[in-house]
Design a protein around this ligand. Structure first.
Ligand SMILES: [Zn+2]
Length: 260
């Protein structure tokens, strides 16, 4: 398998992992930088991540437009990825999600902080980008390269930026790294909210702790075993899926019992 096909295969699996872990639903998307051309990136056409297949993956330039025009319809918010890749040469993968657990922190002055070891990848500082600050009243979606550039300037050198009333954008050196950040970010938000409800002060990770954890080699088992785990969970979720309708046999039994 060549490097492009391998990148597409991993990207398809990342879509399925994020859907299976409830980080994305009908909305949200994940991309990778093109393995052979750093001026381009790979992203699905406008399809819910759970259903993305290899032939849905399109190639985009930093203008946010498909390299080959006239194909499948792209996501409206593909510009997020274009803006981040153009601004951050160190970034090789990007996830945009509307995960509900982080949303309170997108509309509050209380900053989201890393409080869990597994969420150290989100970094010490998690900024909040508000599209209204520069663009006034909009539909809240990132639909232009100008808006994406503004988002990237708020993201700056961080690993995650929250998006006011909308969700988050996370970046990583690799696909595995950003998938891990996206999976543990909502858990981190839930734990922080629960701790705050107890009253008193909370103890976030220290900058030193985050720096030490960041030194873990990106190809170490700490990352690769997580990818194996998430991949197997995707496969297990499909066990029993019916070839005729994609539903589960158990659901067929239920439907039959109800005379459907
Ligand atoms: Zn969005």
């Amino acid at each position: 398998m060549n490097v492009l096909d391998a990148a597409i295969q991993d990207l398809v699996m990342a879509n399925h992992i994020l859907a299976n872990e409830n980080i994305v639903d009908a909305y949200g998307h994940v991309s990778v930088r093109h393995p052979e051309n750093p001026q381009r990136f790979l992203l699905s056409c406008s399809r819910s991540p759970e259903f993305v297949a290899a032939d849905d993956i399109l190639e985009f330039g930093f203008d946010g437009e498909p390299v080959v025009p006239g194909g499948k319809k792209p996501y409206l918010e593909r510009f997020i990825h274009a803006g981040v890749y153009a601004a951050r040469p160190d970034v090789n993968a990007v996830i945009h999600s509307h995960a509900a657990d982080v949303l309170p922190f997108t509309i509050s002055t209380r900053p989201l902080q890393p409080v869990l070891n597994t969420a150290s990848g989100i970094g010490e500082h998690v900024p909040v980008w508000d599209i209204r600050d520069r663009f006034g009243d909009t539909n809240i979606l990132v639909e232009s390269i100008e808006q994406a550039d503004d988002l990237a300037s708020t993201l700056a050198g961080n690993s995650v930026t929250l998006m006011r009333g909308h969700g988050f954008t996370a970046v990583g050196r690799t696909l595995i790294e950003v998938v891990k950040s996206a999976i543990y970010l909502p858990l981190n938000a839930r734990v922080m909210m629960a701790a705050l409800s107890l009253g008193g002060e909370i103890k976030p990770l220290s900058p030193g702790e985050i720096a030490i954890r960041h030194k873990t080699p990106i190809d170490s088992p700490a990352y690769t075993r997580a990818w194996e785990y998430w991949t197997n969970r995707v496969k297990l979720s499909r066990v029993g899926a019916c070839s005729c309708c994609g539903g589960e046999h158990g659901q067929h039994d239920t439907d039959n019992a109800r005379g459907k």
